[in-house]
Design a binder for this molecule. Structure first.
Ligand code: MRU
Length: 345
């Protein structure tokens, strides 16, 4: 099922609803672009590359649904569709890359031609993510030694990428190379992507998994039970600062304190070359209810104040290496990422 994260079925987008996993495996058909936006906001589809792919298909759906016969009016309405996606989730840059690409491709002699261009570009974005995450996985596997125990946070597997996965792709590729690996998975409060999704994906791959609460990571690191930490990214600034799921920064600091390598695996589509540092990355603030409740069940006194930043920024100085499909980069990140940028144009 993990390879069915997102599918384009002429005229609709089918997703594996991540909000219901692992208890229920539900394929949801999204028939118009509003359904796709809602699925992104409600995290039925989530993970930076997967959000980009879903949004691209959603914009194609939005274009197909426009009925005007006037090209200028069509482009105005298409722009409105794209604006609606732009405010769905702010942190993952893949969404904004997808919007830029869909905007650029919306050209042609007539409306039908533009509609075809939109569908083809969305399919291309998806195929490119599949290829990129495959390459990230293969390259990153070299960092993993036989017998390693890795620790990962949130979910950076096939579900999150609509491809092979990034951090989990690396782990799975290392296993495919015959290396014996084990993984600590942090549950990842508040929405439990680690407990619900990462464990589910790794179990299906036959990788030994130990689920821990977020607060247990330091305990196991200090006992020398973790050989490296590997996570994905939602946005990487040009200096190598990494925005990822809330709690990533704490893990990076703990890894440094305990002399453990801290790796980030991400496709180039997650790098935002326009931002000079992580302080410019917009951090999504989600509903306090996700903190005061677990899967709809209240766990705190009614009315208590709660904060819910969904991401944090890990400064580049804590990052041992960034694995991209164009190569593994180490400090100085400014230069390394610039090299990646030049290879990508
Ligand atoms: O809020 P989410 O679940 O979309 O956050 C996802 C993450 O933080 C992932 O680690 C990140 O998107 C990497 S995806 C390969």
């Amino acid at each position: 099922m993990t390879d069915r994260a997102i599918e384009w079925l002429d005229g609709k987008v089918r997703i594996l609803d991540q909000s219901k996993l692992p208890r229920e495996q539900v394929l949801a058909d999204l028939k118009d672009y509003g359904d796709v936006i809602l699925a992104i906001k409600e995290m039925k589809v989530r993970g930076a590359p997967a959000v980009g792919v879903a949004a691209a298909y959603g914009m194609a759906l939005g274009g197909l649904g426009i009925t005007t016969t006037d090209v200028d009016e069509f482009l105005i309405q298409l722009n409105e569709v794209m604006q609606a996606f732009a405010v769905s989730r702010p942190t993952a840059v893949n969404l904004f890359r997808a919007i830029d690409r869909m905007k650029d491709c919306a050209k042609g002699d007539g409306i039908n031609e533009i509609k075809s261009a939109l569908v083809n570009e969305a399919k291309r974005i998806h195929q490119e993510e599949i290829a990129a995450t495959e390459q990230v996985s293969q390259l990153g596997a070299d960092l993993v030694k036989d017998g390693f125990t890795l620790l990962t946070h949130c979910n950076a597997g096939p579900l999150a990428t609509a491809g092979r996965g990034t951090a989990l792709g690396v782990i799975m590729a290392a296993k495919d190379q015959g290396k014996k690996v084990k993984v600590f998975v942090t549950e990842t409060r508040p929405l439990l992507q680690g407990a619900r999704l990462t464990t589910w994906e790794l179990i299906q791959e036959g990788v030994p998994v130990t689920l821990i609460t977020d607060s247990m990571a330091g305990y196991f690191m200090r006992r020398h039970e973790v050989d490296c930490v590997i996570v994905g990214a939602d946005r990487i600034a040009a200096n190598g600062d990494v925005a990822n799921k809330i709690g990533t920064y704490s893990l990076a600091v703990l890894a440094r304190e305990n002399g453990i390598p801290f790796y980030v695996a991400a496709p180039v589509s997650s790098i935002d070359f326009s931002l000079s540092s992580g302080s410019e990355i917009p951090i999504e603030e989600r509903s306090p209810e996700e903190v005061t409740h677990i899967q709809g069940v209240p766990i705190a006194p009614e009315g208590v104040k709660a904060a819910n930043p969904a991401f944090d920024v890990t400064p580049y100085s804590y990052v041992t290496a960034i694995v991209t499909e164009k190569g593994i980069i180490r400090a100085p990140y400014g230069e390394g990422l610039m090299g990646i940028r030049l290879k990508s144009v």
